[in-house]
Design a binder for this molecule. Structure first.
Ligand code: T4K
Length: 413
């Protein structure tokens, strides 16, 4: 298809836009006319690279159900993530559902109380599993000691999260899983591109689930995948994401629909070519944040990720979490509001979480998750993405400094 036809198509769509859909970004310019600085911004391919591939999808008239580009993306991701097997899915949430159903027998699943709700909502909705929430360690990962203490004769699995892309305590968790014959699934939604020594993070445990949502380091707009080293598990994942059909004459499991379509796969293939450069940019910005915040020496602020504490790990700089000590000049919510007033959209990931949302009351032992509680009430993720510049970084640091009266601007009330 030629580009003229493509342009005509776009004009027609523009003409047909329903009146109630507002034009442009939901984040308008701030009072000073500057663009809003959002916590993240999607990695996107160039239109010129996209058009020929999308034209090919249209010409093939094969747009989903394990098509050419979805299979190509699976192969490319197996290599990039350094894993043995991988099944694409329509989202990280669907990937979690597939992984749990493929691997964990009915019973209790020990999981972290500090994550995005997608981690456990599948477990909570399905009476086959009961999540048992335990606390995090002094970082943001599930505490292996708490996992070991929570195991009962009914425990069947562990669902751990590499929060902010920081690897959990892998060896300890694998030891516990092996000793108690439990399935170990990692929610690696944030951990795309992270490596530990020579190994891809997705090669640990029985399976790992990645999110390819637009807000992640690597995206297919919406999407995700499950990685596994077991051919039997991969077969089961593929069955479950395709209604349970093994072939057109045989339905072998109560599967659902988790297949990735060709358009998203094309976005994925193009984004994969740019993701290493994006991670490098993120890393440079994270280093700058660290240097500048350390220079300011604001005693209420603690930087959440210290690469020096993760030797041998290639981090992906998915997020830049800071912890704001309560009871100081400004608390976490005060800082978020101060930044928002200056056109900076920092986010309280993860708030609300298990301990801080009324929805989860009664689902955990009160007082048993003090670190989750503290992290949820004190953590703020500063903007960090590959389209940011060093000047954007300075703008955030200046605003943070202003909030604490550390430089020039009046302090937040
Ligand atoms: N496990 C964990 C640990 C997770 O964190 C997540 C999802 C999952 C599992 C489930 O994976 P998925 O099913 O989503 O694949 C976002 C994401 O929607 C979600 O994927 C993510 N984690 C979560 C931590 O964050 P919101 O509610 O913060 O998104 P939103 O719309 O407020 O956007 C955040 C920022 O991104 C804004 O500042 C603007 C910017 N943005 C967003 C979109 C959608 C853009 O610039 N362009 C865009 O298209 O949830």
């Amino acid at each position: 298809m030629g580009s003229g036809r493509t342009r005509r198509g776009m004009a027609e769509i523009g003409h047909a836009r329903p009146a109630e859909v507002p034009a442009g970004s939901p984040f308008p310019r701030d009072a000073a006319g500057r663009d809003w600085l959002t916590v993240t911004s999607p990695l996107l391919p160039e239109l010129a690279d996209l058009v020929p591939l999308l034209s090919d999808v249209l010409e093939r008239r094969w747009v989903t159900n394990h098509g050419h580009y979805a299979r190509a993306l699976e192969e490319a991701l197996v290599r990039y993530l350094a894993v043995r097997g991988l099944a694409l899915s329509t989202s990280g949430t669907v990937g979690l559902d597939l992984a749990v159903r493929a691997l964990i027998p009915d019973g209790e699943v020990v999981t972290t109380g500090y994550s995005f709700p997608a981690t456990w909502h599948g477990l909570l909705e399905n009476p086959r599993w009961r999540p048992v929430f335990v606390d995090v360690d002094e970082g943001f990962g599930i505490d292996p000691e708490a996992v070991a203490a929570a195991i009962t004769p009914r425990t069947r699995g562990i669902l751990a999260v590499h929060a902010y892309g920081l690897p959990c305590r892998l060896a300890r968790l694998e030891g516990i899983a092996r000793r108690h014959d439990l399935r170990l699934v990692y929610d690696a939604a944030h951990a795309f591109g992270v490596t530990v020594g020579e190994r891809g993070i997705g090669s640990f445990g029985d399976a790992s689930v990645f999110s390819f949502h637009a807000t992640k380091v690597f995206n297919t707009l919406e999407g995700g995948c499950v990685t596994t080293g077991s051919a039997a598990t991969l077969d089961r994942l593929r069955l479950l994401r395709n209604f349970g059909f093994r072939n057109e004459n045989e339905v072998a499991a109560f599967g659902s629909n988790g297949k990735m379509d060709e358009v998203r796969a094309v976005f994925g293939l193009l984004n994969l070519e740019r993701v290493d450069a994006a991670i490098e940019t993120r890393g440079a910005l994270a280093r700058r944040y660290r240097e500048r915040l350390e220079e300011l020496g604001i005693e209420e602020i603690e930087i959440g990720i210290d690469p020096a504490r993760h030797p041998g790990v290639r981090l992906n700089h998915a997020y830049f979490p800071v912890s704001v000590r309560p009871g100081g000049r400004v608390d976490r919510d005060g800082l978020a509001a101060w930044l928002r007033d200056r056109g900076i959209h920092a986010r309280k990931y993860f708030f609300p979480t298990v301990t801080t949302a009324p929805l989860y009351e009664g689902l955990f032992v009160p007082g048993s998750l003090p670190r989750c509680e503290r992290a949820s009430r004190t953590t703020l993720c500063l903007p960090l993405h590959a389209a940011m510049t060093e000047a954007d970084c300075e703008r955030v640091v200046d605003a943070v400094a202003g909030a604490f009266g550390a430089r020039g601007e009046a302090r937040a009330a």
